[in-house]
Design a protein around this ligand. Structure first.
Ligand code: ADP
Length: 325
């Protein structure tokens, strides 16, 4: 609360925190004497009640962004309202980055397709080999766009729907299914071993868990050179249900580990694209795990291999059916 000379009459503890004030010390001091940013001083001296001012205020860690408004009240008094909009700004930046990333991801395959179509349009070729090659590359690129859209839709469903169902999920069965898919993807280039405890089931959404496991296992194949062994395991570790996928692949340097689950974060863009990656697999895994109170742990050594494991809470273990006597 400011009087007609912009002196502080009163403020709440939030305002003390935002503006680094102490009411006992600063009462009756002019606010623009304490907050000397030119934009703020101009704002305080104007009598325009419609406008708001966004101001960055220092604090330890990241600065705080506040939106400030002045509202006249009482006897020539004004109320200065400051709202913390740091998080809103962060969300807006994330949204903008996301749109930019998607546009970029879609533009590359579209450019290839458009390039071929224009070439064929200008010069309808009677060279069947050239035509076949062009059609093949265009098909590859349209499949890539399709994968991207499928993953984006999966992510959006995970983000918008409420919590996951709690069906009894036979993770051992899923481990064998994703293992079989991995063998097809690997095309005999890797050895794939599966050890899964068939009596350990958990509560969750089967489709979501299948998609998380499948992303981890297909990554193990895609990031492993020919001849590597991939181990898939499911069982209790210190009383917690753990699914784990181990590979002897390219590995990941420590500085990337924290960022791997960000949308479109890739360590090696070339390899990701060559092997049909969308950059969204681990983001999907992270969302699925959040919805199941589970954690993703990653350990990796560049050049030696990685282990991605999903740790479920022991609370999610499905009760065993009573055996008939
Ligand atoms: P992508 O479609 O690019 O594989 P993901 O979200 O599944 O996207 O993974 C993000 C990045 O993490 C990959 O681009 C890759 O650099 C790295 N990565 C994921 N799994 C592995 C693995 N098993 N071995 C090495 N690197 C991996």
């Amino acid at each position: 609360m400011l009087n007609n000379a912009n002196q502080i009459e009163w403020c709440n503890t939030r305002a003390e925190e935002y503006f680094q004030l102490k009411l006992n010390r600063d009462r009756s001091v002019q606010i623009d004497y304490l907050l000397r940013q030119p934009a703020f001083r101009a704002f305080v001296s104007s009598s325009d009640v419609e406008t708001t001012l966004n101001l960055r205020l220092p604090r330890t860690g990241t600065d705080r962004l506040v939106s400030i408004q002045m509202i006249p009240f009482g006897h020539e008094q004004r109320l200065l309202l400051a709202q913390d909009i740091t998080e809103r700004e962060q969300l807006e930046i994330t949204r903008r980055d996301f749109v930019a990333n998607i546009s970029h991801e879609l533009r590359t395959p579209l450019t290839v397709i458009q390039g071929f179509l224009e070439t064929f349009e200008d010069d309808p070729t009677d060279n069947p080999e050239l035509l076949a090659r062009g059609v093949e590359l265009m098909s590859d690129q349209s499949r890539r766009m399709n994968r991207l859209i499928t993953d984006l839709l999966a992510l959006s469903r995970l983000e918008t729907s409420s919590t996951a169902q709690e069906d009894i999920v036979d993770v051992s069965k899923l481990a064998h299914e994703v293992g079989a898919e991995a063998r097809t993807l690997s095309n005999k280039k890797h050895q794939i071993n599966i050890h899964a405890a068939s009596d350990l089931k958990i509560l969750g959404a089967e489709d979501e868990i299948r998609s998380a496991l499948s992303n981890l296992v297909s990554n193990a194949v895609r990031y492993s050179p020919t001849g590597g062994t991939i181990g898939i395991s499911w069982g209790l570790v210190h009383d917690e249900p753990v699914f784990s996928c181990q590979d002897q692949g390219v590995g990941i340097a420590a500085e990337h580990l924290n960022r791997l689950t960000e949308r479109f974060y890739r360590v090696d863009k070339g390899r990701s694209r060559e092997t049909g990656g969308t950059g969204l697999g681990l983001a999907i895994v992270k969302h699925v795990l959040n919805r199941h109170d589970a954690q993703l742990k990653i350990s990796s050594q560049p050049g030696r291999g990685s282990e991605f494991s999903i740790h479920f809470s022991s609370k999610k273990i499905a009760p065993q059916k009573e055996l008939a006597v």
